[in-house]
Design a protein around this ligand. Structure first.
Ligand SMILES: [Zn+2]
Length: 211
């Protein structure tokens, strides 16, 4: 089996294909079973396509090899499923979803716990007063405070604004007479994936929402 190397010596950045989309766009990578495993830049996606490590897929599960993309391209009504690279004399469509050809990697089962991931899971919204705030104005709140034995786990922390965090103090929501908007849970899909998919509607076809 061909080894999958996400780093490749093919360096499209040095070619005339370079355009803004290389910097900004994101591509969802699926394994052969159509399970999302990775988010890549457009630059990396082009490398995977060129090397026949991956093919593109659109919302109707139509697939596109690199040579098909260069010759036929997608039909105009599927424009939204593609990024477009501006070359000297044409537009090259790069699918927003790629399917790896011989790589059976499973999706990550374990979502890394971090402050940033908790904020993303909670959509940067204080779980007590429902205010949406930038991360600088949010705290990690332990639902059961550490002083009462609460652990730092997905199930015991939420995003909260500074005001609610102070108001709650070293108490549980019940003791403080405050109510949580949601029950904190371990996400089954990376919060980043969930956030980015809103920007790429075609990804919705391939990402299952957390139960
Ligand atoms: Zn609040």
């Amino acid at each position: 089996m061909r080894a999958l190397v996400f780093k490749t010596t093919f360096d499209i950045a040095s070619s005339s294909l370079l355009s803004n989309v290389l910097q900004g766009g994101r591509v969802l990578i699926l394994n052969r079973s159509y399970l999302p495993i990775h988010i890549a830049t457009v630059k990396r996606a082009v490398s995977l396509l060129c090397l026949d490590i991956a093919i593109g897929v659109d919302r109707d599960y139509q697939t596109y090899t690199w040579s098909r993309l260069l010759t036929e391209g997608p039909s105009p009504e599927k424009d939204e499923d593609f990024h477009y690279l501006h070359t000297v004399n044409k537009l090259v469509p790069v699918p927003k979803v790629l399917l790896l050809q011989d790589f059976d990697k499973r999706p990550p089962q374990h979502i890394r716990f971090s402050r940033g991931q908790v904020f993303m899971r909670d959509q940067h919204t204080c779980q007590y007063c429902a205010k949406t705030l930038p991360k600088q104005k949010l705290n990690i709140d332990h639902v059961v405070p550490r002083t009462q034995g609460g652990k730092t786990t997905w199930e015991n922390v939420v995003a909260s604004c500074h005001y609610c965090n102070r108001k709650k103090g070293g108490r549980t929501p019940g003791q403080a007479g405050m109510k949580l908007l949601t029950i904190p849970h371990r996400p089954s899909v990376s919060p980043l994936l969930t956030t980015l998919k809103d920007l790429n509607p075609v990804w919705n076809n391939f990402i299952l929402s957390p139960a």
